[in-house]
Design a protein around this ligand. Structure first.
Ligand code: CA
Length: 239
């Protein structure tokens, strides 16, 4: 999901009026693709992946539970958030949906604002999970975000920089925003969140980071009257 592209919702629903109501509820914040059967869904998924799937249970050639099970079985689609949207208020249908990995279950008739809010919540969470799994390499460093670890990737090879959690968050924030100058209070928010620490804490952490970065092809510069910025020193730093 890029910032210039709207998130894509795949709506699997055989009733045209319901499809229209879902499309109206989710537009214009999301792009919506509609499929009215398992067959149409499989054709679509063979070529594209949505960011979220809204799934009916009663479909002409399958039921939603079966589709959900297939999504779960395929590594390509396993992590897509699935929300069931069904007229069935049966507890066994709900339990089956959740046991198959569904993230949410909404009953018809639905409230458009509630559907919008639930879809948005699932999209935000799945984006957060994707970010956490991310491995990011730049400036002779490899960031393993979920583990909060950074390693050297240069000739010294694979050495863990042994960063504290706050040092990691600070360095990762710098590396994500190369050349951008940040004030100490902006860096506090980025690396410490709501915890109360003073701006001198930032200076101390920057000093530690400079020492740990050592000979790596990057540096943290002081920016007079502002704070700090991070600079990559090699041609490949823009990679
Ligand atoms: Ca149906």
């Amino acid at each position: 999901m890029s910032s210039t592209q709207l998130p894509l919702a795949l709506v699997v629903e055989d009733d045209p009026d319901t499809r229209t109501a879902i499309r109206r509820a989710l537009s214009p914040a999301l792009s919506v693709v509609e499929c009215d059967s398992l067959a149409a869904t499989e054709r679509f998924l063979a070529g594209s992946l949505p960011d979220v799937i809204i799934l009916d249970i009663g479909l002409p050639d399958a039921n939603g539970h079966e589709i959900c099970a297939r999504l779960q079985a395929d590594p390509r689609t396993r992590d897509l958030p699935v929300l069931f949207l069904s007229a069935s208020a049966e507890i066994r249908d709900k339990l089956a949906a959740f046991s198959l990995g569904a993230e949410d279950y909404i009953e018809k008739p639905f409230d458009p604002a509630e559907l919008r809010a639930r879809v948005h919540a699932r999209l935000t969470r799945s984006q957060g999970r994707r970010d956490a799994r991310e491995v990011f390499e730049k400036f002779g460093l490899r960031f393993e975000v979920e583990q909060h670890c950074a390693f050297r990737t240069d000739a010294d090879g694979g050495n863990n920089l042994d960063l504290t959690p706050h040092e990691f968050r600070l360095l990762y924030h710098f590396a994500r925003h190369e050349r951008q100058a940040f004030s100490r209070s902006e860096l506090l928010r980025a690396a410490w969140g709501d915890t109360f620490v003073t701006e001198r804490t930032v200076d101390a952490h920057v000093a530690h980071l400079r020492r740990k970065l050592g000979s790596l092809p990057c540096r943290i510069e002081s920016v007079r009257g502002v704070g700090y910025r991070f600079i990559g020193l090699k041609a490949d730093s823009a990679r």
